[in-house]
Design a protein around this ligand. Structure first.
Ligand SMILES: Nc1ncnc2c1ncn2[C@@H]1O[C@H](COP(=O)(O)OP(=O)(O)OP(=O)(O)O)[C@@H](O)[C@H]1O
Length: 585
């Protein structure tokens, strides 16, 4: 129960609702346990009349009618309390589930990118849904049934012992057996259902991947292979489900068997006691009712134990993530203006997971409003520089400064609010185009959005769609071409009017003419904003105030476009190569 201690904060938070629920459960069960006693009185009245102990039929009839009305009244009251019990305890469990899900979600958002690289999406989803759901079972049903069981048991057994100790002991013989068997069965059911869940995750992940990569599957004509893979996984899924149902099928027969055994014992031992004249006929009826009433609570002991074990395991998985601290933390709560000066002083970056040193001893500076182009071959470390500027990662050694302050001293949210980042592989949400652009500035007007789209040279494409700016984009914006996606993403950054623009090779999918037009627009827009442009193409660097050339994580050249063209080196090589390619076109 160590891991589940985490949930105590919620018990405290909802203590009044929970306490009310507990009181209502006690009332509800107490009323339910009253019924057998009334049945006993009724049976005894009828039996006494039969044996001539009571002679007035009208009195017997009145008593029976009175008892019937009492039972109906108790049933209605008990039902009403049961309803209230669910409204309090089960609703509390839903509130706790909601709070816990929010906590996990907030923690997910707090954690750094590294966390997302180390953990699979399916696992993250499972912990926030499946595991939280299992913890809810502990907070709600498990606690509710435990209270039920305790009240039923104490009241019923107290009453039974008062009537006949010997009969009580005999009646209770099958119950420990019932509880232990249900415990064993529940454990087995839980184990098997975990396997079924894992299998289901596998199936979901597989199909999700197939749907996302459908264009590759179709163009390689490998539908047959993926179908066979699907059949294999589905077959395994079916087997695991059958295994689960085999065990589940034992649950009710086992309960019925044990209830039957307990009833037979009551009938036999009770019958003997009745013959000896130790108890009345009504007591046998009363005991049979207690036996049936106690069966479910006793069976539930086994179920509750195994549910708590499951919840403990799930909470452990949740705690693992909740305890993690982000690699990149915010160390300043103040929101202050940012001018956009960037300085790298002997910066090196080695990624934790791959141990790849992406940057080695990199130093450069950019004044506010300047445009700097970062050029280099693939894998040379260009994006890594951008990752450090937006503090998605922290440098391993050396210093990154924003406005002459170590970047770690800047409020991370403030910094990112002042950055308009266009990633290499733009991500668009399954929403309208207008909302995808508005994402950069929540209160943007329609005119501002259209203006931004025009500057990103995507307006004409958008108005060609039937629903224009209200066109819904499919999952990951699949209805747009790669170049259109890049330009919508650029519009999203433009509308933000940030102090620092970061363009990570985001014009790779647009033709050179459109690229030129966008670069011209960007130059006009970003006159007063610091701009970092990463590109494979020299064209992006021509108008930059400064160009940095990276090779294998190191700056090998630095200067203006014309300065670099006058030197031998990678920049000149790339320029000549791209010039030749253009001439061939
Ligand atoms: N998030 C990351 N975690 C681990 N390793 C990374 C990460 N990002 C990049 N790398 C590694 O760091 C090196 C530099 O990558 P980076 O993306 O900075 O290069 P790039 O010049 O932007 O390449 P490209 O032009 O192909 O985008 C590569 O070897 C890459 O595998």
């Amino acid at each position: 129960m160590k891991e589940l201690q985490y949930i105590n904060q919620f018990f405290y938070k909802y203590r009044f609702r929970l306490l009310l629920g507990i009181l209502i459960s006690i009332a509800s069960r107490y009323l339910a346990v009253k019924v057998p006693e009334i049945v006993k009185n009724s049976v005894n009245a009828a039996s006494d009349y039969n044996q001539g102990k009571l002679t007035d039929l009208a009195v017997v009839k009145t008593e029976l009618l009175h008892n019937i009305l009492l039972i109906i009244g108790l049933a209605i009251l008990s039902g009403f309390f049961t309803f209230l019990m669910r409204q309090t305890i089960i609703v509390t469990s839903r509130l706790v589930e909601f709070d816990l899900k929010n906590q996990v979600y907030q923690q997910y958002q707090r954690l750094s990118l590294n966390f997302y690289k180390k953990n699979r999406t399916g696992d993250l989803m499972n912990r926030i849904s499946e595991d939280v759901g299992k913890v809810r079972m502990y907070v709600g049903p498990a606690i509710m049934y435990t209270i039920n069981m305790l009240v039923m048991f104490s009241v019923a057994i107290y009453k039974m012992i008062q009537i006949d100790v010997k009969l009580t002991l005999f009646t209770l013989i099958p119950f420990p057996l019932l509880s232990i068997s249900i415990f064993i069965l529940s454990r087995s059911i839980n184990k098997r259902s975990t396997i079924v869940q894992q299998q289901l995750s596998k199936l979901t992940t597989f199909t999700q991947e197939v749907f996302s990569g459908m264009n590759v599957i179709k163009s390689y004509a490998i539908e047959g292979i993926t179908r066979n893979d699907f059949i294999d996984i589905a077959e395994e899924n079916k087997q695991k489900n059958i295994n689960l149902f085999k065990v589940q099928a034992f649950f009710f027969p086992l309960m019925i068997l044990l209830i039957g055994t307990a009833n037979i014992i009551v009938l036999y031992v009770g019958g003997m006691e009745y013959i000896k004249g130790n108890i009345s006929m009504g007591v046998i009826a009363e005991f049979i009712m207690y036996t049936n009433m106690l069966t479910w609570p006793v069976a539930i002991v086994g179920w509750v134990t195994s549910t708590i074990q499951e919840a403990e395991a799930s909470q452990k998985r949740i705690n693992e993530f909740l305890k993690q601290t982000p690699d990149v933390t915010n160390n300043n709560e103040e929101f202050s203006p940012i001018n956009g000066a960037i300085k790298f002083k002997n910066v090196s970056l080695t990624y934790d997971d791959t141990h790849i040193t992406a940057l080695k001893n990199v130093s450069f500076d950019v004044n506010p409003g300047e445009t700097i182009a970062i050029i280099g071959k693939t894998g040379s470390g260009k994006s890594s520089i951008l990752n450090l500027v937006s503090r998605l990662y922290d440098a391993t050694t050396g210093k990154v400064e924003i406005d002459e302050q170590p970047i770690q001293n800047q409020n991370i949210y403030n910094l990112r609010n002042h950055i308009g980042f266009v990633p290499q592989d733009p991500f668009l949400f399954s929403d309208t185009i207008i909302n995808n652009i508005r994402f950069g500035k929540e209160d943007a007007t329609e005119e501002e959005i259209i203006e931004a789209a025009k500057k990103a040279v995507v307006h004409d494409n958008i108005i060609a769609f039937n629903k224009q700016y209200n066109t819904i984009l499919g999952e990951r914006g699949v209805t747009l071409s790669g170049g259109q996606k890049q330009r919508v993403s650029i519009a999203r950054a433009i509308i933000k009017n940030p102090k620092i623009y970061i363009f990570d090779d985001c014009l790779s999918a647009v033709d050179t003419e459109t690229e030129e037009q966008i670069l011209k627009n960007l130059k006009a827009i970003s006159k007063n904003n610091t701009t970092l442009i990463v590109s494979h193409r020299i064209s992006a660097a021509q108008n930059a105030d400064k160009v940095i050339v990276l090779d294998n994580g190191e700056i090998v050249q630095q200067g203006t476009h014309s300065q670099l063209l006058s030197q031998k080196g990678i920049y000149l090589e790339m320029y000549q190569q791209q010039l030749e390619e253009k001439e061939i076109e």
